[in-house]
Design a protein. Structure first.
Length: 231
């Protein structure tokens, strides 16, 4: 497992199998596994790791990174994923979103969008595109995406709070769930994100202290955020 700040200076923060099991046991609603270097290294997702993580989970499991075709997604789902997340490949060939939705159903297709200053970036945030973030989110929905995973590069890893501006703009523009990503540092940040989006992704504040998830859920309840009872 690795984490950085604004997609830079990635550092190791733990074993994905152990952390996945810990989050599942401590009340995470879902787990998102993103192989962040698969596209840059032009290789397939680490299937063996996906399979080992899936065996430890009792919650829905989304996997992304290196998925370029329906065949690639078939392998990921066969390894235990409930949903597939696509990013760069969707930008290169938007029809892939529709193909995946037709094969697995829209509920299993997550389009991940990395955004900086209102524009979409691709290839793990290393390459600029001409697409506006809101415009691309709308198109992804129209093509069959069931969810949008929206990561603010500006906020990623900072623990200073989510980018509520771009997150809110995307959530208002589409009718499918939007997962806010990038910037969580406190329970208040998460609560604020859940006021404009349907879900909030957590990474840095948990990877170094998985036990934090249990207390975080209680803090969120104290802030009036409705949560399911953890298993």
């Amino acid at each position: 497992m690795v984490k950085g700040v604004r997609f830079q200076e990635l550092r190791e923060v733990g074993d994905p199998v152990e952390l996945g099991a810990a989050y599942s046991d401590r009340g995470a609603d879902e787990l998102v596994f993103l192989d962040v270097k698969a596209t840059l290294e032009e290789r397939e997702t680490l299937i063996g790791v996906v399979r080992r993580v899936a065996e430890q989970l009792a919650i829905p499991f989304t996997v992304g990174g290196g998925i370029r075709s329906v065949a690639d997604a078939d392998v990921i789902v066969s390894a235990g994923a409930d949903k597939v997340s696509i990013n760069s490949a969707a930008l290169e060939r938007p029809k892939l979103i529709t193909e995946l939705a037709e094969r697995f159903g829209s509920q299993a297709v997550v389009v991940a969008i990395d955004t900086e200053s209102g524009r979409v970036k691709t290839r793990a945030g290393t390459t600029e595109t001409a697409r506006g973030t809101v415009e691309w989110a709308r198109e992804a929905e129209e093509r069959g995406a069931g969810e949008i995973l929206l990561t603010s590069i500006d906020a990623d890893g900072t623990r200073d709070g989510y980018d509520l501006g771009v997150t809110g703009a995307v959530a208002r523009a589409v009718s499918i769930p939007v997962i806010a990503s990038g910037g969580a540092g406190t329970a208040r940040h998460v609560a604020d994100a859940l006021r404009v989006a349907q879900a909030a992704l957590l990474a840095s504040i948990l990877h170094e202290d998985p036990e934090r998830l249990t207390s975080l859920r209680e803090e969120l309840r104290g802030l009036g955020v409705p949560l399911r009872d953890a298993a």
